[in-house]
Design a protein around this ligand. Structure first.
Ligand code: SAH
Ligand code: SF4
Length: 362
């Protein structure tokens, strides 16, 4: 493995420091950043505005390939594309590009696997492998931005809802969002980014105190501790009352709303009792509830709520003044829906992607 620094892990100051040390003029760093984040160039040899000697030196001493795309799977309507990447460490991750109306949304990963153990989640079923670096998180976004630019399109949104718990890899996640937001670079405003957390209270508090423009989603899935303990083991450490209090403080501190995610599981958390308990829990809070019929995963026997039941659940919320939407089930035929990302087979990139869509090597 090439252990040179990954160029996407370097801050503008880090990069400038290296280039100055190499005897380059001060403006070089800006040229390189422009090539990386504006022109979306992914190898020094293509940075033709730079002197050949510098390109060769960068090739030798910096790493430009964070992720190697292995397979790409597209849904039959072509609106969802899942890409399996391998990393230099031998671990693999997946990321998804969704086209919807005029929006292009990248769903990206922050960890290989996840240690939070939510019972219905394919990534949770894999266990924790490792944290991604900020550069590995950034590289997923750039990969899709590059692909879209060849079609004359741009990424409009990023959701940090792929593999892993972003608040369990807080620094790298925020560093990645800051890097993508650099007005001199990729210039992707934090308002277009949503981070979803399983509910790690100390990190929600930190996130609130930092007054970021990033949107916050919290995975709730149950409105009583008894049920949430079973579905999301993290609830035993961070139960509902203090979690909702932390969300309330977030709303007060930032003036922003919080979203709650709720995967509807037939006969488990889709009844009137849970809907009413949810109303009680969040009433008065500036929030929005996203209802997602459960996506199937191999390690969990629960099934998705019917449309009728989902509507009935949504009606209870709406009648009590809690705004909510039922999210469409996109990407599930290619295992690209929420909670379905899991690297199957050999983690060194020879993984088999089983899906209903078309899989091709890339
Ligand atoms: N770790 C973070 C973000 C990644 S998961 C979190 O848990 O919030 C993104 C969303 O997908 C979360 O709301 C998660 O609870 C949900 N999810 C996980 N498995 C799912 C499944 N099988 N069906 C529907 N949603 C699921
Ligand atoms: Fe991890 Fe989120 Fe999956 Fe839970 S739902 S196991 S926190 S990725």
């Amino acid at each position: 493995m090439n252990d040179s620094p990954l160029v996407y892990d370097l801050s503008p100051d880090d990069l400038a420091g290296i280039l100055v040390e190499w005897g380059e003029p001060a403006y070089r760093a800006r040229q390189v950043l422009h090539a990386l984040y504006r022109e979306l160039v992914d190898e020094p040899s293509a940075m033709t505005s730079l002197p050949l000697k510098l390109r060769t030196r960068m090739e030798k001493h910096l790493r430009f390939r964070a992720l190697v795309p292995r397979t790409s799977t597209e849904s039959s309507d072509k609106n969802t594309r899942k890409v399996l990447f391998s990393m230099a460490s031998g671990h693999s991750i997946e990321a998804v590009l969704m086209r919807y109306a005029r929006r292009y949304t990248a769903c990206i990963s922050t960890q290989a696997g996840c240690g939070m153990g939510c019972v219905f989640c394919a990534t949770g079923q894999m266990g924790f492998q490792r944290n991604l670096t900020s550069g590995e998180i950034v590289a997923q976004v750039l990969f899709f931005a590059r692909a879209l630019s060849t079609e004359g399109q741009h990424l409009t949104n990023v959701v940090v809802m792929g593999m892993g718990e972003p608040f369990h890899n807080y620094e790298a996640t925020m560093q990645a969002i800051d890097c993508l937001g650099d007005p001199e670079g990729f210039n992707f405003g934090a308002r277009r980014v949503t981070v979803s957390t399983v509910g790690l209270i100390p990190m929600i508090e930190r996130f609130a105190a930092e007054l970021r423009q990033v949107n916050l989603a919290v995975s709730l899935h149950a409105a009583t501790d008894e049920l949430r303990d079973q579905l999301l083991p993290v609830n035993r450490r961070y139960p509902l009352a203090p979690l909702i209090e932390a969300c309330g403080n977030y709303v007060r501190q930032t003036g922003r709303r919080v979203s709650f995610e709720w995967a509807l599981i037939a006969g488990v958390n889709d009844g009137a009792d849970q809907a009413q308990a949810l109303v009680k829990l969040v009433k008065g809070l500036t929030c929005h509830v996203n209802l997602i019929p459960l996506n199937p995963t191999s390690g969990f026997t629960g099934t998705a709520t019917s449309q009728v039941q989902a509507n009935a659940f949504a009606r209870i919320l709406a009648e009590a003044g809690v705004t909510c939407t039922i999210r469409s089930r996109r990407g599930i035929e290619i295992d690209a829906g929420c909670g379905q990302l899991a690297v199957k087979g050999d983690v060194r990139g020879r993984a088999a992607v089983t899906s209903g869509g078309e899989t091709r090597p890339v």
